[in-house]
Design a protein around this ligand. Structure first.
Ligand SMILES: *Cc1c(COP(=O)(O)O)cnc(C)c1O
Length: 372
């Protein structure tokens, strides 16, 4: 294959027609309401809850502040069990709350926290589990809930990859005590930056809304050492408009996944995840695992070869969070504790996927991988 003339990145954000967004901007310019529960904030919160089929949503300026605030909202302390196979913000959110992360290995079938290994990581200081629906594939929510129930732990899902994902027709965001979304530019649904916490009762939503606005519960009342994590009107207006298009975007992602799977099937040394029965997927990423012993070339060989062709895949998630200098000193960061995650992180490569990725380009990417 020739070098692609334009660089192809692992993702590219979908944006609605600018003319359509201009109308929203004119409204903002006219109202002069820029933030603090403006009209678009209220509209987006309502429409998003409807779209996702969840009861209560609090909008945030980004996913990381939503994660940090979710832990604050439930007063999580001590130790929290989490996955090393995620974006680093998952663990950072614990650190910012003075909580000790305890890494637990993942399931080779889903790359998500392995419920069979959670119990061994529980200590008297454990207060919660922070799993991630990695690549938008649901965790074993039933098994996790059972453990949480038995040991009296809270469950906060980092659902930053899982926008719109359903399990047997029910939103995946309805599981656990809280779920956190991100609307960062690289996610399935974007408001440039943005995020949300999903909860299941009005009192909790109220507390979350206090926390994201400095703890204000009224003009002169502060009920918590809150932070500024509010979503502004620009983000919220874009969110309202993006909801019109996200269904089509997910369909287009699915077409690309179908093509990748079809053309990578039966390639010795390359494996990928299939759709899971009863799950409505969002096709956020397309990770493949490359086994050097069988495929002959390593993951990094393929990554570099594609890079030389102007195709920029990403090694999500390499290194593991537990391998970063900030965290590798933790006892639970020891490789012996995380054999499955350590194996996957060496093999994984995420191929380009976004709504307007040309199917011919996707096909060429596969060909390029195969001739390697
Ligand atoms: C993107 C992401 C975050 C952080 O979200 P931001 O909106 O970028 O702050 C956290 N966790 C996971 C798993 C993510 O992918």
């Amino acid at each position: 294959m020739m070098k692609a003339s334009e660089p192809i990145y692992v993702t590219r954000p979908f944006l609605p027609p600018l003319e359509e967004f201009n109308e929203y901007l004119e409204q903002i310019w006219e109202s002069k309401k820029l933030t603090n529960k403006g009209p678009y904030h209220e509209l987006f919160e309502k429409k998003l809850a409807e779209y996702l089929n969840v009861k209560y949503i609090s909008l945030f300026s980004n996913g990381t502040l939503a994660l940090i605030s979710a832990l604050q909202a439930l007063r999580i302390t001590g130790e929290v069990i989490t996955t090393p196979f995620s974006f680093v913000a998952t663990t950072h959110a614990l650190n910012w709350n003075g909580i000790k992360p305890v890494f637990c290995d993942v399931d080779p079938a889903t790359y998500n926290l392995d419920p069979k290994k959670i119990e061994a990581a529980i200590t008297p200081r454990t207060t919660a589990i922070l799993p991630v629906h990695v690549y938008g594939n649901p965790c074993d929510v039933t098994a996790i809930q059972e453990i949480a129930g038995t040991y009296g732990l809270k469950v906060i899902y980092d659902a930053c990859h899982a926008f719109g994902v359903t399990l047997d027709g029910n939103s995946i965001l309805n599981f656990g005590d809280l779920s956190v979304l991100s609307f960062h530019a690289t996610k399935v649904f974007t408001t440039f930056e943005g995020g949300a916490i999903i909860c299941h009762d009005e009192t909790t939503k109220k507390r979350i809304d206090f926390l994201k606005n400095f703890g204000f519960a009224g003009e002169t009342t502060v009920v918590a050492p809150g932070i500024n994590a509010k979503m502004n009107e620009f983000q919220a207006a874009l969110g309202v408009l993006q909801l019109k298009y996200v269904g089509q975007c997910i369909q287009k992602r699915k077409d690309i996944v179908t093509l990748y799977r079809h053309n990578l099937r039966d390639v010795p040394g390359i494996t990928y995840l299939e759709d899971i029965p009863l799950v409505g997927h969002n096709y956020a990423h397309f990770p493949i695992l490359i086994d050097k012993d069988i495929f002959d070339k390593s993951r990094d060989d393929v990554y570099n070869a594609l890079k030389n062709r102007n195709i920029f895949t990403r090694r999500y998630f390499y290194p593991l969070i537990s391998q970063f200098p900030t965290y590798r000193g933790l006892e639970s960061a020891n490789s012996n504790n995380l054999p499955v995650a350590e194996d996957i992180t060496q093999k994984v490569l995420c191929l380009p996927i976004y709504p307007d990725l040309d199917l011919d380009i996707a096909l060429n990417i596969v060909k390029e991988i195969k001739i390697n």
